[in-house]
Design a protein around this ligand. Structure first.
Ligand code: DLL
Length: 441
């Protein structure tokens, strides 16, 4: 078992602030940001002024419910800079999301936004166990994606030595990792696993590495996959969450007790809402995460619908932080598959597959429409390809996966076991669902 790093807190005053005081600070900042949006962004002015909403009218945090939501298409419709609140001369960095369809969503940062960003990442990486003694390799793609540069400046702020390898060129990644004695990696969970697999394939002994922590994020990671990454690399893994529209990484992150990801509530007001009624759900119940940025100057967003599903907790955490915590993202309202009336999240399938003997962590879900029926095929990679010739064993394994999936999903799936290394690998976010329903007639 990898060792749990010591519990450290970067900004004690803020991170352990009594909740009542934090709520006061949030209210003051909410009033401010509402007026800032009205005064500097035409889109918000047009939306809020006719409704009579302004900072002065907001008396409690619950009054946020009167503010209309902002959605991804609002950013696209105002592409590229239409929602920026700061003057062009005050914008010092521009990023864009990696969206697969339509125009990307573009975000701009002022100097104070970048300073805040580095501060929030400093908190998150400290919570995940990083210190100034670490050498941290950033395996996210440097570029328009917020992940790499976001983590970069926060890690430098705490004094860690950053190795900006970016993604790709796996063999070189591993060489630097070994030769530099890298102690931490920043990556997606799927890339962390891929790096371990590549090290094995290249016959680089794992004992040559000095890795101790993995600061993983940007895509879902079930506990089962986390355990697998930890035991393969012998590292302690924490998860951190964010999205480019509201900043990038830095919204929330695990502490070393991993009781949920601590939210940076002095900068983000996070609601968890029933996805049908858009009313708040009770503590611990799943709902859509909706975020209001409380301090952003470049592109502030009011009640941004993330489409991510999680649950919030407010009870005490052994680490001493008082912040609200988010459960691991269960999925997105838009990656939830509805198959024969059953809601299926890829993360549920992953939790069944990862940790089973004989199969790797790489899988793909293919959904088809056959006649009037939706079908789910789960393609899973074998660790040992020779099993494909041992029909009896193969069938037994297929049956076991099918039964385990049925008990978790309440749905029958076709299980296809494939040779090692035949499912596509991803250096950024893994794409695990292929939905062909609109293509089959
Ligand atoms: O992925 C920001 C980020 C970079 C977060 C690096 C953490 C580390 P986008 O590319 O805009 O930004 O994608 C945002 O990714 O709405 C979630 O659906 C998903 N996501 C991000 N972090 C997690 C996580 C970055 N820890 C979208 N677990 C979000 C699950 C995550 N999903």
């Amino acid at each position: 078992m990898p060792e749990r790093p010591a519990n450290r807190i970067w900004n004690k005053e803020i991170e352990t602030m009594p909740r009542a005081k934090m709520r006061e600070l949030q209210l003051e900042r909410l009033k401010y940001i509402v007026d800032y949006c009205i005064n500097n962004v035409e889109f918000y002015n047009k939306k809020l002024t006719p409704l009579g909403i302004c900072g002065d009218k907001i008396k409690t945090l619950e009054d946020i419910k009167y503010i209309p939501f902002t959605v991804k298409t609002d950013l696209r419709d105002n592409y590229p800079f239409g929602l920026f609140a700061a003057k062009r001369s005050d914008i010092v960095r521009i990023h864009a999301s990696s969206g697969t369809t339509g125009k990307p969503t573009v975000v701009g940062y002022t100097k104070s936004d970048l300073e805040n960003w580095a501060e929030l990442i400093a908190r998150i990486v400290t919570a995940g166990g990083a210190t100034s003694d670490d050498i941290v390799q950033i395996c996210f793609g440097y570029g328009m994606f917020t992940g790499a540069l976001g983590l970069h400046y926060g890690l430098e702020k705490i004094g860690a030595a950053v190795v900006p390898t970016s993604s790709g060129n796996t063999q070189k990644q591993l060489m630097f990792m070994r030769d530099f004695g890298t102690t931490g990696i920043v990556a997606t969970p799927s890339y962390a696993m891929y790096l371990a697999e590549s090290a094995r394939a290249l016959e680089f002994p794992m004992s040559d590495y000095r890795l101790r922590i993995g600061l993983l994020g940007s895509e879902g990671c079930t506990e089962a996959l986390r355990n697998q990454i930890e035991s393969t690399w012998n590292i302690f893994v924490t998860d951190n969450y964010g999205l480019s529209e509201v900043m990038g990484p830095g919204v929330s992150g695990d502490c070393v007790y991993r009781t949920g990801q601590h939210i940076n509530e002095d900068h983000f007001l996070v609601e968890c809402l029933d996805k049908n009624t858009m009313e708040p759900v009770p503590e611990g119940e799943p709902g859509e995460i909706v975020i209001t940025t409380l301090t952003k100057q470049g592109i502030p967003l009011l009640r941004y619908r993330t489409k991510d599903i999680s649950a919030l907790h407010y009870d005490a955490c052994p680490c001493g932080r008082t912040s609200a915590r988010m459960e691991k993202i269960k999925g997105r309202t838009d990656d939830m598959l509805k198959i024969r009336g059953v809601n299926v999240f890829p993360s549920q399938v992953e939790s069944v597959l990862v940790g089973m003997d004989q199969i790797s962590t790489h899988y793909k879900l293919v959904v088809r429409r056959e006649g009037y029926t939706d079908t789910l095929e789960v393609c899973v990679e074998l660790i040992d390809g020779s099993l494909l010739e041992r029909y009896g064993e193969l069938e037994k394994l297929q049956k076991k996966i099918k039964e385990n999936l049925r008990s978790v999903l309440g749905l029958d799936a076709k299980i296809t076991l494939v040779s090692p290394n035949t499912i596509e690998r991803f250096q950024g976010k893994a794409v695990r669902v292929v939905d062909l329903r609109n293509e089959s007639k």
